[in-house]
Every structure is written in structure tokens, then in C-alpha cells.
Design a binder for this molecule. Structure first.
Ligand SMILES: [Zn+2]
Length: 345
């Protein structure tokens, strides 16, 4: 089979490898499509230090079950599936159900460097992490479930009753998924702050209003256009965007930090202390969020196709990564298709 190896920082190569075999309790998935995550791009460039040479990345993926290890009775070969990449040890799975991301020994398939992940024709995952796709869902849309689960979880981190007027900072793939998750959660007005015109256009198609932070302070633009926000989600995660979140929300507002743009940020302390805003972290999702994201996508597949900007062949992956790293203006998600040229494999 083919796999995409991060041979060195800034270089992905297609390598031939034996098809892995599922062990007890595992499933082998024939990959159809795997999405390129911002974290993969920042790993490719070495910026985030969270990917390593020799690694096969890929954690946003869909495909069909090709084989099952012993002891797996609840799945069937041929089923269209995605997988939840957040893995907790089998013996703790029940105790951590719904809050898997809080397990101190969890690992994330596609991030953990020693585990070959889904930028490959086949991937082995624990059967308990496999999630069947809704009936009739075009298979490539299954690769969008993981980023939507990130968004579903982030929105749920905000207190109920804070969603009348919500600011989303960053209109990239996670910001786009957050708009959809906010809509599903019954949010009122959703305003996305995004510098890129193509991304603003995309999130407007999803029902959000937009502002361009280059047009002036985000807080001033909000005041001029209906008022400060009751809550904010920062899908970028750098000092200037967090500052926008704090200054563009009402006193006492909750702010959810989901973007990981920088390992360190500076915060204006009085916007937290004297004005009683709270900063809430969000990382990945629990299995309930993941299941709910699967349902949300199944209910309206056409909306999700809006999020896909390009679908590329395996051989073009390195070119796509370096273009994304250079900021080529791609507004939405790029999917690597492993199910093309099927007849020659
Ligand atoms: Zn991701």
C-alpha cells in the first residue's frame, strides 16, 4: 500500500509499505479520504513541534472496514466508517466515556508519532474507536466529522444561555465547523472575524455575518454593527486574536480558546479580573461530541460539501502541503483521496 511519510520537516514522500493487519480488538480500514488539518500543516513546517520525521500523519479520515481482528463482533467488513482518533486504554474506556480527552495516558492517532495513521491506503485503529457513517453519506464527507467534533465540543464548553450573539475568531476549517456547530446549538447572531476574503465568503454561505479585522478594531466594528458579543470562540489562539476576544465581548462573557496558534499568549489581566470574563479551554472532544458530529453531518450533507475546497491525489500531497503552508488562499478543507486509481492498486 501507499503511505505518506513525513521524510523530513517540509517534505512528504509516497512510500510503499505492507498492508498492516488488525490485532485483537482492532479494525483495518481501507481509507477513502483523509483531510489535511492545520495541525498537520504546522507539523509539516515544524512550527508546532507536534509532528516528527518518519511519521505517517492523518487523523480526519473515512473509509470502509477491510478486516477485523479477533474479538470484534459489533462491526462488519464493508461498512463505511470514520474513526475517533483519541484513544484511551481499553481498560479505562468505560470510566472515561464522554471525556476521553481527559485521560492522562490518551494518545491521538495521527499525532502520536509511533503510530502509523490515515495518510495511507490502510490504517489500523481500535475497533472501539470506529464510528459508522450515517446511511447514504458520501464517503468523503466522513472525513469532516473529526473537525466538526472539535467544534461541537468547543461550543459546548460555553455556558448555556451565552449564545445570543457569538463572535468566532478565525474563519478557517475549524472556524467554519464552529459556525455549523453554533447553528446546531441554536445560536442567534454569529459573527466571524477573518482576514481572508474567500474564507469570509465561505462562512457567509454558512449563515454567519463577517468582519475583516483589517478594517479596524474588531470591538469597534461590533459596536457599530449591533453590539459586543455575549461569548467568543478563538479558533486561532495567538495574542492579538485573544485580545480581540476579550475586548469584543460584554463584561462577564465566556471566551473559549480552541485554536493552538501559539504556545504562549499575553492576556490583559483586568479584562479577566475586573470585568469577570472567563477563559475556557477546549481540546478535541469526547466520544459523545464525536457521535453528535456524525449525526449533524448526516442530517445535511450538502452543507458539508461547502467546506471542501479541493480533493487531491496521493501523489500531489506534498505539493498541497507546501502550498497550504505558504498560505495559498485555500478557504476550506483539502482532502487527500486514497480511493482513486482503485483499479491499479
Ligand atoms: Zn485536526
Amino acid at each position: 500500500m501507499r503511505e505518506l511519510v513525513l521524510t523530513e520537516i517540509g517534505r512528504l514522500d509516497v512510500r510503499e509499505a505492507p498492508i498492516p493487519q488488525p490485532g485483537p480488538g482492532e479494525a483495518l480500514i481501507r481509507v477513502a479520504a483523509t483531510g489535511i488539518c492545520g495541525s498537520d500543516v504546522h507539523g509539516y513546517t515544524g512550527e508546532n513541534g507536534r509532528r516528527f520525521p518518519g511519521q505517517v500523519m492523518g487523523h480526519e479520515s473515512s473509509g470502509t472496514i477491510a478486516a477485523l481482528g479477533t474479538g470484534v463482533d459489533e462491526l462488519a467488513v464493508g461498512t463505511a466508517v470514520t474513526f475517533n482518533p483519541v484513544v484511551v486504554p481499553a481498560e479505562d474506556a468505560a470510566a472515561f466515556a464522554g471525556r476521553e480527552q481527559h485521560h492522562p495516558g490518551k494518545h491521538v492517532i495521527g499525532v502520536a508519532k509511533e503510530i502509523p495513521a490515515a495518510f495511507a491506503d490502510y490504517v489500523v485503529v481500535p475497533a472501539r474507536n470506529v464510528v459508522a457513517l450515517p446511511d447514504g453519506l458520501p464517503i468523503e464527507l466522513g472525513a469532516l466529522i473529526e473537525p466538526l467534533a472539535v467544534a461541537v465540543h468547543a461550543v459546548r464548553r460555553l455556558p448555556a444561555g451565552s449564545l445570543a450573539r457569538v463572535l468566532v475568531i478565525g474563519g478557517g476549517p475549524i472556524g467554519q465547523s464552529i459556525v455549523i456547530a453554533l447553528r446546531d446549538a441554536g445560536a442567534g447572531t454569529i459573527i466571524v472575524s477573518e482576514m481572508d476574503a474567500a474564507r469570509r465568503e465561505l462562512v457567509r454561505r454558512l449563515g454567519a455575518e463577517t468582519i475583516d479585522p483589517a478594517d479596524g478594531p474588531v470591538a469597534d466594528q461590533l459596536r457599530a454593527g449591533g453590539g459586543l458579543a455575549d461569548a467568543a470562540l478563538d479558533a486561532v489562539g495567538i495574542t492579538p486574536t485573544l485580545r480581540d476576544a476579550f475586548t469584543s465581548t460584554t463584561l462577564g462573557a465566556p471566551i473559549c480558546l480552541v485554536g493552538m496558534g501559539s504556545p504562549q499568549v499575553t492576556i490583559d489581566a483586568f479584562l479577566v479580573s475586573t470585568e469577570e470574563r472567563s477563559l475556557i479551554g477546549s481540546f478535541t472532544y469526547g466520544s459523545d461530541d464525536f457521535a453528535d458530529a456524525t449525526e449533524i453531518i448526516g442530517a445535511d450533507p450538502d452543507v458539508y460539501r461547502t467546506l471542501i475546497s479541493r480533493e487531491i491525489d496521493v501523489a500531489d500531497a506534498d505539493t498541497a502541503f507546501s502550498a497550504l503552508a505558504a498560505g495559498d488562499g485555500t478557504p476550506g478543507k483539502v482532502l487527500v483521496r486514497f480511493d482513486r486509481e482503485e483499479e491499479t492498486r
